[in-house]
Design a binder for this molecule. Structure first.
Ligand SMILES: NC(=O)c1ccc[n+]([C@@H]2O[C@H](COP(=O)([O-])OP(=O)(O)OC[C@H]3O[C@@H](n4cnc5c(N)ncnc54)[C@H](O)[C@@H]3O)[C@@H](O)[C@H]2O)c1
Length: 361
């Protein structure tokens, strides 16, 4: 599928174990599966179905995302490595049964080194189709033993991370009376608002979707709304929760942000390398995104054992302890929390991963 030499992957300085290009001409499938690490177990990560402008963009995305999954699984204490896949195309027009099933056969060919799940552009129903050709699929529909919507536990985990951040910053995990700004009240954001209002926080929300705002205000009339994220971050917030897109924490935002804590669901919140130091210099407590948003991963991982909501919820509750640990280590080591989180994840991949060197008969 590519005229690009394989060295184009290696030349990025990537440390991935395996990158697989999958092509099925008849169905139009063009996919890339990246396995970053299997040090802790089989790699797991969703399949993103997206109309990438170029193959290069797709490679870049799948390499970054799979690495992120390895760190997220390691920090969450799961026996899973990190992987991710991208299908190049427009899910609205290109997604067909033959294409998804062809993709399933490629996942199957990795014999369990990579488990797939939902991501942008793919749904639980798609996972059911892929599973007709493949045993290594999670995030399936409830009718097929799946866990359903992962945003419920993602929001619960973010809420636990926020309580831990409050404990670290203010000495008490309580968010009662605190003003929390939530940018993006979609699947995760609106569940987060429910936890916050139940605890007595004052919640301000914004979203580009009028429907999303209507739903959250309908459910929680005490919620205040503002026009856009720019207006939200300029408010006298105690906590800012980015729950929309990546790159939420950029220089312009940090110039005006008044919140003492940032803790939200969005992936890849740090807009560029070095912004974690600006957060630190500004005295803002940043709960690393992949530390607090791992509830969804914990949920789909639980499905592999036969899903139990209560078990997955109690595992997600541990995000409180992990976040507190990350923030305390960051203080002790005088590094930003995102560096402390990376160090903990790398240490677990190394220390637990090396146990495989002990041969078992
Ligand atoms: N769903 C999960 O289980 C999960 C797990 C981990 C991380 N995340 C991350 O959390 C974030 C939210 O995920 P989701 O599943 O709720 O997605 P979603 O699409 O349901 O919700 C995102 C919301 O953000 C709004 N939005 C988009 N651009 C905006 C902007 N500029 N300003 C304000 N609002 C804007 C959208 O209208 C939408 O309502 C994403 O970054 C996602 O990658 C989600």
């Amino acid at each position: 599928m590519t005229d690009r030499p394989v060295s184009a992957v290696f030349s990025r300085g990537t440390r991935h174990e395996q990158v697989v290009f999958c092509h099925d001409e008849h169905s139009g499938l063009k996919a890339i599966i990246a396995v970053y690490s299997t040090a802790l177990g089989p790699s797991l990560g969703g399949t993103r179905f997206y109309p990438y402008a170029s193959e290069d963009d797709a490679i870049e995305d799948v390499l970054n995302l799979s690495q992120g999954m390895a760190y997220k699984a390691a920090l969450a204490g799961l026996d899973l490595g990190g992987g991710k896949a991208v299908i190049i195309g427009d899910p609205k027009t290109d997604k067909t049964e033959p294409l998804l099933r062809a993709y399933g056969r490629f996942v199957q060919s990795l014999a369990g080194r990579y488990y797939t799940a939902c991501d942008v552009g793919t749904s639980s129903a798609d996972m059911d189709v892929i599973a007709r050709e493949c045993s290594y699929v999670t995030g399936r529909t409830v009718e097929h033993g799946g866990a359903g919507d992962s945003s419920v536990l993602t929001a619960f985990g973010v809420y636990q991370g926020m309580r831990a951040s409050a404990k670290h910053r203010w000495g008490s995990p309580s968010l009662e009376g605190r003003t929390v700004g939530v940018a993006g009240v979609g699947k995760v954001g609106h569940h987060l608002v429910s936890h916050l209002t139940a605890e007595g926080a004052k919640v301000v929300v914004t979203d580009v979707s009028a429907d999303a705002i209507t739903r959250v205000v309908g459910e929680h009339p005490e919620t205040t709304t503002v026009d856009d994220t720019d207006a939200l971050v300029r408010m006298d917030l105690d906590v800012y929760a980015p729950c929309a897109l990546g790159g939420a924490l950029d220089d312009a935002t940090l110039d005006v942000l008044k919140a003492q804590i940032v803790c939200g669901a969005a992936n890849n919140q740090l807009a560029h390398p070095g912004i974690e130091k600006v957060l630190d210099e500004r005295g803002i407590t940043y709960a690393p995104d992949y530390c607090v948003n791992s509830g969804g991963l914990i949920q789909v991982a639980d499905e592999l054992e036969g899903f139990s909501f209560e078990r997955a919820k109690s595992r997600s509750a541990k995000i409180y302890d992990t976040t507190l640990d990350v923030l305390r280590r960051a203080d002790a080591d005088k590094v930003p929390p995102s560096i402390a989180a990376d160090t903990l994840a790398e240490q677990r991949m190394r220390d637990v991963g090396r146990l495989r060197s002990v041969w078992l008969p």
